[in-house]
Design a protein around this ligand. Structure first.
Ligand SMILES: O=P(O)(O)OC[C@H]1O[C@](O)(CO)[C@@H](O)[C@@H]1O
Length: 544
């Protein structure tokens, strides 16, 4: 990592010049001139294929991006990451989630082994019906209470592999809005429900509030205080707070595992409970295969690094501030939300690792939804909107048996069609012919032509998964984690802290106290004062 203003780097300047040339280039003509383009800009690793040939890049651009990563210290940073050095410099911590996915025979911390073994034993007991609820009934439902990194990762995996679910159903409650927990509890049988309170800090207000209500619900439904231990376990790094809450059984993890990188730790216990320990192990193994690739492959063939470089190119040089993720798989519907935390909490920063202002754009806005639904929602904007975006299509491949279903074939065809349409747009001459055949001419034709025109040249990547299974899912998620890391290195920011979420939390505590009447009013702006008055009136606490 270097202190030099990134804009002064020769590679950055080269990229600026290349971007000026590329702003006039068309990807469809690049395909026409280079029969090897698709192959040239496609990479595969750990069962994941990245085809970025529809991005507005050429070899000169990719080489310059590689030089930029190198001058920003990519190689040293990658070594530091994998060696467990404190790459999270504002908190003096490592970001060593890769250590959690090493195979059992690799040298691991003893404590990692110990927690994994305890987790496997507990999962086995619950799944085989040896761990019983307070009336002696086996557990049928697991409710994970956690938020952010203590929710999104396990939720994504459990949704994605729901077809593997046997006997135990996993549910996820994150929101402090009572509706989330209430709507879940209404479907639960207290005698057979196990709550997992997942919180790295065990200080997150939403999680603790929901856990308290769940505990009371159990007591109100016939359980005694002594029974709580059968129905509540915790996953945390804060043993003291877990004990203070009254939970006996805790699965620990460590401060070197960031919340949004934690699904590989005991935070993933709901995955193992719902889908089996062997599924959880396969997830880790797939991620480990991607780690090996990322750690050893040169930049030119490194899949996560390429994802990162293409993102930097689109954001910093082509001026696309919006990154859209569209998985064409209903089971991956939770992926955009997962990636929003992973990318925006990690790289939504405006100071460098040295505390200087970052002088270039950092993370783009990340958003998305599942295909084909998204086609009928926001694809209009992707094709014809003024604000162009860069799109990742994520397409799990399927087998002949699945393809016997017409809808399955439609799923795949739609994904490929959207990617091609974004890149090619619509041939204007053909459109004029069509409108002429419809009997239009003159101004009316011009008007329709303008409305129906698709310029195309809108960059997108296709990310294929050989299969939607635990192993490939592990590899995919690990690829995005490493992408985030590489972009952080290029922008010289710390991807592993999240100080930006703290202020709102503190202020929520103050405002809550004021609304409840337990705290002296602080100095608010007039808008907040007026809004609090409205809330107080609605709550019947006016003047209180
Ligand atoms: O696991 P915890 O400590 O409850 O935190 C939940 C989430 O809250 C955050 O700190 C943000 O508020 C995330 O980074 C984290 O994943």
């Amino acid at each position: 990592m270097t202190d030099l203003d990134i804009r002064q780097q020769p590679a950055w300047r080269d990229l600026g010049r290349l971007a000026a040339q590329m702003s006039r280039a068309r990807v469809d003509s690049m395909f026409a001139h280079d029969p090897a383009r698709a192959e040239r800009f496609t990479l595969s690793a750990a069962g994941i294929t990245l085809d970025y040939s529809k991005q507005r890049v050429d070899q000169a651009v990719m080489r310059a991006l590689g030089r930029l990563a190198e001058t920003q210290g990519f190689h040293a940073a990658r070594t530091a990451l994998f060696s467990g050095a404190p790459v999270n410099n504002s908190e003096g911590r490592a970001a060593w989630h890769m250590a959690l996915r090493r195979p059992d025979d690799a040298p691991l911390h003893d404590e990692v082994h110990a927690v994994r073994a305890a987790m496997a034993e507990f999962v086995d007991d619950v799944r085989r019906g040896r761990w019983l609820g307070y009336t002696g009934a086996p557990i049928s439902d697991v409710v994970n209470i956690g938020i952010g990194g203590s929710d999104l990762g396990p939720r994504l995996i459990c949704d994605a592999l729901a077809q593997l679910r046997q006997r135990i159903h996993c549910h996820f409650v994150a929101n402090v809005d009572p509706a989330d927990l209430d709507d879940t509890l209404i479907r639960m049988d207290p005698e057979r429900t196990l709550f997992i309170v997942t919180s790295k800090s065990f200080g997150t207000a939403e999680t603790l509030a929901n856990a308290q209500v769940a505990r009371q619900w159990l007591l109100d439904n016939g359980a005694s205080e002594d029974d709580i231990a059968r129905h509540f376990v915790a996953v945390s790094t804060n043993e003291e707070a877990v004990r203070a809450f009254g939970i006996e059984r805790m699965f620990g993890f460590w401060d070197w595992v960031g919340g949004r990188f934690s699904l590989w730790s005991a935070v993933g216990i709901s995955i193992a409970l719902g889908l089996g320990m062997e599924t959880f192990d396969a997830l880790l193994a797939g991620a480990h295969a991607m780690d090996n690739h990322f750690e050893t492959a040169p930049l030119e063939t490194n899949l996560p690094a390429t994802l990162a470089l293409v993102g930097v190119w689109n954001n910093n040089f082509l001026g696309l501030p919006s990154h859209v993720v569209v998985p064409y798989a209903q089971r991956l519907a939770a992926m955009p939300a997962f990636l929003q935390q992973l990318e925006m909490e990690s790289n939504g920063k405006s100071v460098t690792r040295d505390g200087e202002a970052v002088r270039v754009e950092t993370v783009p806005t990340v958003w998305g939804s599942v295909g084909t639904n998204a086609q009928h929602a926001f694809f209009q904007m992707l094709h014809q909107g003024v604000l162009a975006a860069d799109v990742d299509f994520v397409l799990p491949l399927s087998d002949a048996e699945a393809a016997a279903d017409d809808r399955e074939r439609q799923r795949v065809a739609n994904c490929l069609a959207q990617a091609e349409a974004l890149m090619r747009g619509r041939d204007t001459d053909a459109l004029v012919d069509e409108l002429t055949r419809e009997g239009l001419s003159g101004w009316a034709l011009e008007q329709r032509l303008a409305a129906r025109r698709f310029d195309g040249n809108r960059p997108n990547s296709m990310i294929l998964m050989d299969r939607l299974d635990a192993w490939h899912l592990g590899a995919l998620v690990a690829a995005y984690e490493h992408k985030v890391f590489v972009q952080g290195v290029i922008w010289n920011i710390n991807s592993f802290d999240q100080w930006g979420v703290e202020l709102g939390k503190t202020m929520a505590g103050q405002l809550l106290g004021e609304l409840e009447g337990s705290r002296e009013p602080a100095d608010h702006d007039a808008s907040t004062d007026a809004l609090m008055d409205r809330v107080r009136r609605a709550w019947g606490r006016a003047g209180g």
